[in-house]
Design a protein around this ligand. Structure first.
Ligand code: NDP
Length: 449
């Protein structure tokens, strides 16, 4: 662990005290504070008026009961969350996660990260995140709909196109956004398309939003590779997960000439030395909603499934963790380095542990942190808000071109900021500082609020 600047130590101590038993939130704050020592050395005024303390404290945290009935008539209770972290740059913006592991600390870490990520896009969006400990696995369509309606019944009073604009995340895709938007519209009697993003194309969604996080991470890594005079062409690439982010990462990597050798879900991973058949993965995950183990059974020779274990044991040139937080440990990083990995792009939020990041950086592996590399999803959500506000609908090509420009700009901003602060090639430092400075400038201008 890097030692914190002496002005930042008490801030970290207060975050521990005030948010006990929230290790993911501590981890996310610590990483940003480790980068800020260099900023306040240059600009001590950024530490004035408790600005950094204020950035670490969410503006509002909402926790609510979500009662719903299953198909047999049994009543279940889940807990719903929305953490409205920072609105200095625009309305709160960030996804909703449905997963049994969700608790206030997880949502807080995600909202904190989101604030800097959204700032990096250069678009007018603040940071927030929400979700529930509801487990959608094995639930019928009708159960999912009833849950989404109950969740939105409470959440709706805290949203609005100028207030807070959620999107999807783990366990929340197009189907869930549709049910939530339907309930919001019914409750408010307003067709306020800009209140949610990730909508279907038939009711105000943006082309390329579904693809955006995965495509965006691929563009970010492509820019890192280009900075060392290379590209995806002919590279072996492992992508963890097989959800929204993973699928569209694989799609874009393949279009740039990379070969996907492995992907996973929470039960295990598959290896396919001939290159993963993405149509088959989509069929299994998006249509049949089955486990990734089915892949090896249906694909046959040349591929195999490993239950449990770590996908990072598979040798690859580029690793793109796209499942969940802390899925890539120090041990995994050592194995990847031993097997010759030379670039890592985080599609998921905080998938690498602090140990893993240190190992990559010490080994000279290019490392693109999630708050920069996976910003394409939220950036395209902001483009969806623009289309909704102007009652317009852009082509796929137009939207993807904007996404590509945004991602390459984020890459260049992180690289230039790392240079400016004396740490060339350190994208973690570059992303944290560039994101912080944008939020801090706006907060100073708005006074102590
Ligand atoms: P999905 O629900 O579509 O997919 C998640 C994938 O990760 C699934 O394959 C899932 O496997 C796997 N996974 C989830 N939890 C775990 C776990 N605890 N251990 C191992 N594997 C797990 O989610 P997304 O693709 O949308 O999100 C993936 C990551 O990307 C998250 O970190 C999210 O915050 C981040 N992200 C998403 C954005 C978006 O636009 N969707 C934007 C920016 C970041 P299984 O099916 O077995 O649970």
């Amino acid at each position: 662990m890097t030692k914190l600047d002496e002005k930042l130590e008490p801030i970290m101590a207060e975050v521990f005290r005030r948010n006990a038993a929230e290790p993911e939130f501590h981890q996310a704050v610590r990483e940003v504070l480790e980068s800020l020592g260099r900023v306040i050395a240059k600009r001590p005024d950024y530490a004035d008026d408790a600005l950094i303390e204020r950035i670490c404290e969410p503006e509002r945290q909402i926790i609510f009961r979500v009662p719903w009935q299953d198909d047999k008539g049994n009543v279940h209770i889940n807990r719903g969350f929305r953490v409205q972290f920072n609105s200095a740059l625009g309305p709160y913006k960030g996804g909703i996660r449905f997963h049994p592991s969700v608790n206030v600390g997880i949502i807080k870490f995600l909202g904190f990260e989101q604030t800097f990520k959204n700032a990096l896009t250069g678009l007018p969006i603040g940071g927030g995140k929400g979700g529930s400990d509801f487990d959608p696995k094995g639930r019928s369509d009708a159960e999912i709909m009833r849950f989404c309606q109950s969740f939105m019944t409470e959440l709706s009073r805290h949203l609005g196109e100028y207030t807070d604009v959620p999107a999807g995340d783990i366990g929340v895709g197009g189907r869930e956004i549709g049910y939530m938007f339907g309930q919001y519209k019914r409750l408010t009697n307003r067709y306020e398309a800009g209140v949610l993003t990730g909508k279907g194309l038939s009711y105000g969604g943006s082309r390329a939003r579904k693809e955006a996080t995965g495509y965006g991470n691929t563009y970010f890594v492509d820019s890192m590779l280009a900075s060392r005079g290379t590209s995806f062409d002919g590279k072996r690439v492992s992508v963890s997960g097989s959800g929204n982010v993973a699928i569209y990462t694989m799609e874009k990597v393949m279009s740039l000439g990379g070969r996907i050798v492995a992907c996973s879900d929470s039960n295990g991973y598959i290896v396919d030395e001939n290159g993963v058949d993405l149509d088959l993965v989509k069929e299994i995950k998006e249509v049949r909603r089955e486990r990734i183990s089915e892949y090896a059974r249906l694909r046959g020779t040349g591929s195999h499934y490993i239950a449990g274990g770590s996908i990072w044991d598979v040798a690859c040139d580029v690793a793109m963790p796209s499942a969940t937080q802390n899925e890539l440990t120090g041990k995994d990083a050592k194995m990847l380095v031993k097997n010759g990995v030379f670039a890592v792009g985080e599609g998921a939020n905080m998938p690498s542990t602090p140990d893993a990041i240190r190992i990559f950086q010490e080994a000279g592996v290019m490392f693109g942190p999630g708050k920069a590399a996976n910003a394409g999803g939220v950036a395209t959500s902001a483009l969806e808000m623009q289309q909704n506000a102007s009652r317009d609908s852009w082509t796929f090509e137009q939207t993807e071109a904007r996404l590509e420009t945004i991602m390459r700009n984020i890459h260049d901003t992180c690289a230039a900021t790392a240079d400016e602060y004396g740490a060339p090639g350190d994208y973690v430092l570059g992303a944290n500082i560039a994101g912080f400075v944008r939020v801090a400038e706006a907060m100073r201008a708005l006074g102590v609020i």
